[in-house]
Design a binder for this molecule. Structure first.
Ligand SMILES: *Cc1c(COP(=O)(O)O)cnc(C)c1O
Length: 427
């Protein structure tokens, strides 16, 4: 079946656009759910392809995709089929037994990456936790480091657990949650001398740098692509010193960049990397991949009850196979080019307000002038009013992360709405 047919099937989902349930109340929601999110005042209840509908029946073009997660959009036939098949067959058993779907998904990832081994879990933070634990065990047992240090970048994002907010080089995520986990140190992104200095200066007593955890492209930190030369030197330093090179591919991986993994843009391979967001197309799953030489876990040393269950793995495998079968990476590259050139044309019309358009494939950022009052949230709100969902990446960058199946016409519609929204907020 062609990609176009699949999209048509998805967008012709029987109930799309029909009268909505209007019983939903934000007040009763807020009275019962913890206010961990600053929510926009709309409730989504249905989706098809790159479109979603709220409880008032209003349609939106979805350029958030659950924050870079819904790889195949909403209600994609391949996912509907996989979810239905797997829930009828077997959805959960313990990792005390062999799970065929888990093995198949691991083999697909290994065949399509530099990895030799996979550990499955349920989220990006959990995948990074696994990487941190693996790096520490490797440091203790192979590198003979008593107090291993992991270097991470300023403006990075690695998750919300205690270890991953510590790894995250942004104070706003750490405030009130101290004492933080020891053993992390921050360096500026894309600055090789900062890495060299840290590795030499942190070599003291029992302390030594054991690993570097870094995003090939910083997502939450403002859609900042890694520098090819910087990453080439990182790889060289790690080869010379034995320090593990670990990439957080949670946002940029699984085809979002236009290549399957973000590291393919940088021409270097990590020793360990993590994936989550796009991996299951919206079904919760995370994974930590490693080369054989640093796969040091023994039975009982790390685990996850839900990690790699038949349901999550069966669906993620269908997402992976669809990505490949439908040649969706080509669409990501083409639509990404189209989006960036359209955004650049818009930016040229607002030279005082917009400073840069950057990104890879279908992870792109539109940066606003730091010296004016206008924020990314202002632009996002105006776009929502015009029927387009967008998400900020920091205070000054508007992020565009649509489903990877987005069409040429949908990108054009999004660009028109962005232009309208900008006219409104700059008026
Ligand atoms: C979203 C994200 C995470 C955290 O993933 P969760 O599934 O929310 O735990 C970690 N790293 C990066 C780069 C992310 O974008």
């Amino acid at each position: 079946m062609s990609l176009q047919t699949l999209i048509e099937q998805a967008t012709n989902f029987p109930e799309s656009g029909s009268a909505a349930s209007s019983t939903f109340s934000t007040d009763s929601f807020d009275a019962s759910v913890m206010s961990t999110y600053g929510r926009f005042p709309l409730a989504l209840e249905r989706g098809a392809g790159c479109r979603v509908w709220d409880t008032q029946g209003r349609e939106y073009l979805d350029f958030v995709a659950g924050i870079a997660t819904c790889t195949l959009g909403h209600a994609h036939p391949a996912m509907v089929e996989a979810v239905t098949r797997q829930i009828q067959k077997l959805h959960h058993v313990s990792n005390l037994y062999y799970i065929p779907e888990q093995g198949e998904l691991a083999q697909w990832i290994i065949q399509h990456s530099c990895a030799d081994r996979v550990f499955f879990c349920n989220s990006g933070a959990e995948a990074n936790e696994a990487a941190i634990k693996l790096a520490r065990k490797y440091a203790h047992t192979v590198l003979d480091i008593e107090k291993p240090i992991i270097l991470t970048a300023n403006a990075s994002f690695h998750g919300r657990t205690l270890a991953t907010i510590t790894a995250t080089g942004q104070a706003k995520y750490q405030k009130y949650f101290d004492p933080l986990v020891p053993g992390f140190y921050y360096v500026d992104y894309n600055d090789i001398s900062a890495i060299e200095t840290a590795i030499s200066e942190l070599d003291e007593g029992d302390y030594r740098v054991a690993a570097i955890l870094i995003e090939p492209l910083q997502g939450e930190g403002g859609v900042r692509p890694g520098d090819v030369e910087y990453f080439r030197k990182l790889r060289q330093i790690c080869d010379e010193t034995g320090v593990l090179l670990m990439f957080d591919e949670v946002q940029v991986g699984m085809g979002r960049s236009g290549k399957l993994w973000g590291y393919e843009y940088l021409g270097v391979e990590p020793d360990i990397f993590t994936s989550a967001k796009g991996l299951g197309g919206g079904i919760p799953i995370g994974a930590m991949m490693s080369k054989k030489f640093c796969d040091v876990f023994q039975p009982g040393e790390h685990a996850s009850t839900f990690g790699g269950n038949p349901f999550a793995c069966g669906v993620a495998l269908a997402v992976c196979q669809t990505l490949e079968r439908e040649n969706i990476l080509q669409n990501v590259q083409d639509r990404g080019e189209q989006l960036r050139s359209g955004l650049r044309a818009i930016a040229a019309k607002y030279p005082h307000h917009l400073t840069e358009v950057r990104g890879w494939g279908l992870i792109n950022g539109l940066e606003l002038n730091a010296d004016i009052q206008l924020t990314a949230a202002d632009v996002v709100k105006a776009a929502i009013n015009e029927g387009l969902l967008l998400v900020p990446a920091g205070p000054k960058v508007v992020r565009f992360v649509p489903p990877l199946i987005v069409t040429e016409a949908e990108v054009n519609t999004a660009l028109q709405i962005v232009e309208k929204a900008l006219a409104t907020v700059t008026a």
